[in-house]
Design a binder for this molecule. Structure first.
Ligand code: AMP
Ligand code: GLY
Length: 423
């Protein structure tokens, strides 16, 4: 099978690394790619925002299957354009990608199908939103409706913060994503990311992970795309997984199909495990980054036929095997991230790799034969171990061999699981 992978982050490096191990693969291409992905795939110069040029490349190169990593091209309809041209693609249609692209869409689906989630209201002007917030009181959560690169959410612990967040959204802080605001009840509990493949009518659970969204140790500072992750997440006990499938994933799959938007791809359910059980915070329609990196380390099965089955409606015949070991990844980011940071800072050494240690590239490039950091999140130092504690020790040990002066990282990735293991 000839495969084209779309994307350039740590998530796509992990997907490329795993797909490249498939006996079914004959050639792997990637666009835009990065230096890590280039070790696994032929990088293609392609404007991935130009759907016609992606379709043309696939036809010219006889690509059998396209795997789309990030959400933006899915929300823009890349999967539709490829399917219309008769090319198999992993990733939902634009209509189904609204699950991530519009928080209001997802909330309405939850209401219609009884999916547990925080009570909410949608607003298109500030005065009504503020009146509702005053009535509800804090803590309360304010969200820009559209895609805001993970930055459109304010968990307001006070009324003042909530009112300021409403003003900020309507003042255009998140562009058109903030033209509508969702005000949501605060959910108290422990977060987990849950992943599940879906072909429109069959769902196949993958595994759980826990992300670390805040930039600083002890979960302090501003939200980021994710500073580290591990899998499995102990809070996702077999009972919680079963309830999540029954109360959240299956009704979503049914609801999407009944609404005329069958979902094929990966459900990434952001969950809060509350006193009442799993509640949905949000859906994403792609793998998590950096959660994907730890899932790929743990997956024993061949990934490629699983993704192809999700794309072609044959997931019902598939099963997945996992390694028992835990995996943990530490994100190294450019100093200043998630704010402004210097670009093109040199990375002069990386750790050696083994069967249980792997460095995935995110925002890197090669300039004048030198590996440099070009993005906010730059490297994902990943390791396996018999427990999360052991995986953590191995990842931080490997990280000592990275030479990159402008890099920083959190020192406490995995702390919740480690606390459980050492209790
Ligand atoms: P999101 O962009 O929707 O993933 O939200 C970013 C983060 O805000 C989530 O990972 C949670 O930590 C937090 N969050 C979002 N919604 C809620 C909620 N209803 N209650 C508590 N925390 C929330
Ligand atoms: N790590 C969270 C995300 O990919 O959205």
């Amino acid at each position: 099978m000839k495969v084209l992978l779309i994307g350039s982050g740590g998530r796509e490096h992990a997907l490329a690394w795993k797909i490249a191990q498939s006996p079914k693969l004959t050639a792997l291409y990637a666009a835009p790619g990065n230096p890590g992905i280039a070790e696994e795939a032929t990088i293609v110069v392609l404007d991935v925002d130009n759907q016609q040029s992606v379709v043309d490349f696939c036809q010219r190169t006889a690509i059998d299957f396209v795997v789309v990593g990030p959400e933006a091209p899915l929300v823009a309809g890349l999967a539709d354009a490829l399917r219309a041209a008769g090319i198999a693609v992993f990733g939902p249609s634009a209509a189904a990608a609204q699950l991530e692209g519009s928080k209001g869409f997802t909330k309405d689906l939850c209401a219609k199908y009884g999916i547990p989630t925080g009570a909410y209201k949608r607003f298109t002007e500030a005065a009504a939103a503020k009146a509702y917030v005053r009535e509800q009181g804090a803590p309360i959560v304010i969200k820009a409706d559209g895609l805001a690169a993970g930055k459109g959410v304010t968990v307001a612990m006070t009324l003042e913060e909530a009112l300021a967040a409403i003003d900020e959204c309507f003042a255009g802080a998140f562009g058109s994503a903030g033209a509508e605001v969702v005000v949501e009840a605060y959910l108290d509990g422990e977060e987990a990311s849950f992943f599940c493949l879906c072909d429109g009518k069959n769902a196949l659970p993958l595994a759980s992970a826990q992300d670390h969204k805040r930039v600083g140790d002890g979960d302090t500072g501003p939200n980021t795309g994710g500073m580290g992750a591990y899998s499995p997440a102990p809070v996702m006990t077999p009972e919680m997984v079963e309830r999540t499938m029954k109360e959240i994933i299956e009704p979503t799959m049914r609801g999407m199909a009944e609404s005329g938007y069958p979902f094929a791809g990966v459900f990434f359910a952001g969950l809060m495990i509350t006193r009442n059980g799993p509640e949905l915070i949000e859906y994403n329609v792609r793998f998590g980054d950096p959660e994907c990196q730890v899932l790929m380390m743990r997956m024993k099965s061949d990934l490629l036929p699983l993704l192809y089955a999700a794309a072609t409606g044959t997931l019902g015949e598939m099963s997945i095997e996992w390694r028992d070991d835990a995996a943990l990844t530490v994100v190294m980011a450019s100093r200043g991230y998630p704010g402004a940071y210097d670009k093109n800072t040199p990375i002069t050494a990386l750790p050696g790799e083994s069967a249980t240690t792997k460095v995935f590239h995110a925002g890197t490039a090669v300039k004048d034969d030198q590996l440099v950091a070009t993005g906010g999140r730059v490297l994902n130092v990943t390791a396996m171990g018999e427990s999360v504690s052991k995986a953590k020790d191995a990842a931080y040990e490997a990280l000592r061999s990275v030479s990159w002066e402008n890099g920083f990282y959190r020192r406490d990735i995995g702390w919740r699981a480690v606390a459980r293991e050492t209790a």
